[in-house]
Design a protein around this ligand. Structure first.
Ligand code: GLA
Length: 403
């Protein structure tokens, strides 16, 4: 579970408390809008990625954990083709559409598009959900790079899967979310966020092979806290910069004549350097070295080898900063503040798509208070922004809640 740690005030939430109040908020919104109770409630978590950034859409490796910030979707069947939705976290805004008519994105609001996109993707993949009343509520911080949108997509797909007994396999639930994002929302994201939201394992990180979708759970080492620090740096132009990175990677793969950068070696890349645009070369170098670091990190984590964990997370951050160019000064400052305390006894790096968002740190329990102190006394004075720290435990992937 996640405890929110305020700068001056540390309030551990009681286990389960968060989900219970979230569920109450959700069922009240459902009852107030539709005048009845839901048939099912699905939950899907957000995630933090320990290492393996921008490797997923290169058919590579990632090592995320599901965290217990989550999105809940309550659903009840209808007898017609209408879908009606209420969003408890968006001032109870509603959306309504006919499943039999062609669905287009809402031109003004973004939140309905994740739900519409999931329905369109389900139909495109041959699944046939019917009309439904839906309510949505969640507590995944939005715009922080913790996959609030993937958790909404997966919770929606999971709720409809259960409501209509569609028998959708886990990996297809993830693909539905990714397709919604790629074809409907317009972000060319990979499969990491949706897969970990579906397949997370309590107490474990998951080494995910984004080509085969094979998952290997890796136990989190005892004695270390998993901290997520939100920089609150507003992320701008994220989708366009993200899509541009993806295009550069695909260009690099084509010039190296491989299916994806997962298949290229550093030697191959170095040999081709003269014929490549220098920016494209750097992007490819990040991906090739990051894939290697991710596999080594999975084994270092399993052995609780903190010296190597520290090195790999630090190298990953430097590679994201210099080669992939997706960090921002505020994030670099946070990483340096944490690193100055933990040295090689733990690891810290930016996590997620980049351009703001959060850093992730594996911190020995004995150094946690010093890390919080260093961040609280150094970050705001350097940036004018106030951070939020979440301590979390890796949790299980999507499922149904008892009603
Ligand atoms: C975003 C995307 C993921 C992944 C990460 C970067 O979270 O949704 O698919 O590419 O960025 O690792």
């Amino acid at each position: 579970m996640i405890n929110t740690i305020d700068r001056d005030n540390f309030h551990p939430a009681a286990p389960g408390e968060r989900v219970t109040s979230l569920q109450q908020r959700l069922t009240s919104a459902f009852a107030a809008t539709f005048g009845r109770a839901p048939d099912v409630i699905a939950r899907a978590p957000g995630r933090v990625n320990l290492i393996g950034e921008h490797t997923d859409y290169n058919d590579g490796f990632v090592l995320p954990c599901a965290v217990d910030f989550q999105t809940l979707v309550a659903a009840a069947r209808r007898t017609d083709n209408q879908v009606r939705v209420v969003a408890a976290d968006q001032q109870f805004q509603t959306d309504e559409f006919d499943l039999a008519a062609p669905l287009v994105p809402d031109p003004v609001r973004t939140w309905p598009n994740y739900i519409r996109g999931v329905l369109v993707a389900m139909q495109a993949m041959g699944f046939e959900p019917g009309g439904a009343d839906l309510a949505v509520a969640g507590n995944v911080p939005q715009g922080a790079g913790l996959s609030s949108s993937a958790s909404l997509e997966v919770a929606t797909a999971q709720a409809l899967n259960s409501l209509f007994n569609l028998g959708i396999p886990a990996s297809d639930l993830a693909r539905i979310g990714q397709l919604a994002e790629n074809d409907f929302v317009g972000c060319s994201c990979g499969i990491m966020d949706q897969m970990i939201s579906v397949a997370g394992v309590s107490g474990h990180a998951l080494l995910l092979d984004c080509r085969s979708l094979a998952t290997t759970p890796v136990p989190m080492p005892a004695g270390a806290s998993l901290l997520i620090i939100n920089s609150h740096k507003q992320r701008g132009l994220v989708d366009s910069a993200y899509n541009e990175r993806r295009q550069q990677c695909e260009l690099a793969a084509r010039s190296l004549e491989v299916d994806a950068l997962r298949d290229a070696t550093l030697d191959q890349l170095n040999a081709a350097a003269g014929a490549m645009d220098p920016t494209v070369f750097k992007r490819a170098r990040h991906v090739i070295t990051e894939n290697d670091r991710t596999r080594r990190m999975a084994s270092a984590l399993g052995r609780a080898d903190f010296g190597l964990i520290s090195q790999l997370m630090s190298d990953s951050h430097v590679s994201m900063k210099n080669d992939f160019e997706i960090t921002v000064p505020e994030i670099d400052i946070l990483v340096n503040l944490v690193a100055s305390v933990i040295g090689n006894a733990g690891g810290v790096r930016m996590t997620g798509g980049g351009f703001g968002g959060c850093v992730v740190a594996l911190v020995p329990g004995s150094l946690e208070a010093d890390v919080l102190q260093a961040v609280s006394s150094g970050y705001e004075s350097a940036t004018g922004l106030t951070e939020t720290v979440y301590r979390c435990q890796p949790t299980a992937g999507a499922g149904l809640l008892p009603i």
